[in-house]
Design a protein around this ligand. Sequence first.
Ligand SMILES: [Zn+2]
Ligand SMILES: [Zn+2]
Length: 352
Amino acid sequence: MTTTATTMTGVLLPGNSTVEFREYPIPEPGYGQVLVEMKASSICGSDIRAIYREHLGKGPEGYQGVIAGHEPCGQIVKAGPGCKQFKAGDRVVIYHISGCGVCYECKHGYMISCRRNHRAAYGWQRDGGHAPYLLAEENTCVLLPNSLSYVDGALCACGFGTAYEALRRMEVNGQDRLLITGLGPVGLAAAMLGRELGVSTIIGTDISKSRMALASDLALVDHVLPADENALEQIMKLTGGWGCETSIECSAAASARLLALQGTRDWGRCAYVGEGGAVSFEVSKYLIHKQITLYGSWVTSLKHLEELVERLDRWRIHPDKTCTHRLPLEQAAEAYRLAAEGQTGKVCIVFE
Ligand SMILES: [Zn+2]
Ligand SMILES: [Zn+2]
């Protein structure tokens, strides 16, 4: 470690749309743990929905008053005893949930779905990435390829991982067109990854003019449509009256959830990843009679996070392209305010 400081400033979210700074001791890595110097720590829609505005989460989404930030990426400065793979100097993305490690889900790499009391997500039930250092379990670290930036890595920890998992589960490929409802950070991620997986036509919808403009400016989407009463007709027009073979719902709006199904071609696949809220629709008309396979998909697995960063390296693409705002930790209040407005691309706290 290059620092002689013993304390650090971390960010807490009291749940009233403010941020609070508090002093913490810099942690010491125990057995199988590493101390990671934070380089980038982005803000997720879930942070806004379940913690920043109000503490509405329960169980896996229950916020326990810890240092916020569940999309951490940095460089290991100290490895505790018993570490088997990582050492000081390694650049790592942190899979943001530490599971029990021995249940069915953990053994398959889906620590997100671990139901044991041992399960703790960084930034939710254990200290997260909005501080200069993060204490991480070695088995939640994934090596960041040299070609990827720390912001690239942070964006993979949750958002890009979530988009990748859903596209992978739908087995999106070159025979497919892709409809994306919601062009926030996860929707943009789906567009960027969908393209690399071979999708020929990408259609995106959103209600925010600035998000529509961003998707166009980044050239990630072939057609950007306002999510209004004409959207379905436009989607049909753009697809020869068929709809898209695959769709991914990233907004959590009930109307967008329905639009995703309506815009999916018969026998197509649709994935819901936008969190929260509810939806009701005519099941026979929109799901059964259309022969649609509907996937619910929650974050990703350790294995697929590792696979994702490897592929990003090979594809030579950079998630950080979707990051529109980078702010230092001292400006965390402004960072959260921007993210909560929902008009930007990804907002990321950076440390250098
Ligand atoms: Zn998240
Ligand atoms: Zn487990």
